[in-house]
Design a binder for this molecule. Structure first.
Ligand code: CA2
Length: 171
């Protein structure tokens, strides 16, 4: 609670959500070449490997009472299949579509069809990079975007997922 005036209570969303954790399932999908994290381009993408990021997300999800699935694929169709299968099964989708961010209407269509609140994550600040990285098709279907915070952005996305689940399931 941040304020009370004339019987109205003003609240602010807190991350992590205050109170008892609300159970939910979060799916994190990673697009092409993210399996190479930690091996090259540390100045752009940091030193953490994808396994390090997965461990960090699992630890945060455990604290927040969330079930977490974490996957990576270099294949657009496999990502589409996973997004389709998330419908009605997963509470929040977190996706770093990697290079498909900037090219894939198929991923956008899958996200829109799945009707699962989707958080798009990027390690780098895509709006400050080359022109071709500044546009994201997936953003059109995303509930929100976290970009430029490196590996920590994934942890922020798990916290944002907890907030969305709490908002969706709170009485
Ligand atoms: O900043 C991000 O998270 C990106 O989604 C990463 C993609 C890039 O195409 C997007 O524009 C922004 C690249 C992922 C590939 O990562 C590599 C890691 C190490 C070595 C080579 C590529």
């Amino acid at each position: 609670m941040v304020g009370k005036r004339a019987g109205v209570i003003y609240t602010v969303d807190s991350v992590p959500p205050a109170g008892n954790p609300v159970p939910g399932t979060v799916l994190i999908l990673n697009g092409p070449n993210l399996n190479l994290l930690g091996t090259r381009e540390p100045e752009v993408y940091g030193r953490a490997s994808l396994a390090d990021i997965e461990a960090m997300c699992r630890s945060r999800a455990d604290e927040l009472g969330l079930k977490l699935e974490f996957r990576q694929s270099n294949h657009e169709g496999e990502l589409v299949d996973w997004i389709q299968a998330a419908r009605g099964r997963v509470d929040v989708l977190i996706i770093n579509p990697a290079a498909y961010t900037h090219t894939s209407v198929a991923l956008l269509d899958a996200v829109m069809a799945a009707q699962v609140p989707t958080i798009e994550v990027h390690l780098s600040h895509i709006a400050k990079r080359e022109e071709f990285r500044r546009h994201s098709y997936v953003s059109l279907g995303a509930r929100g975007l976290i970009t430029g915070f490196g590996a920590a952005g994934y942890r922020l996305a798990v916290e944002a997922a907890a907030l969305l689940i709490q908002q969706a399931k709170a009485p």
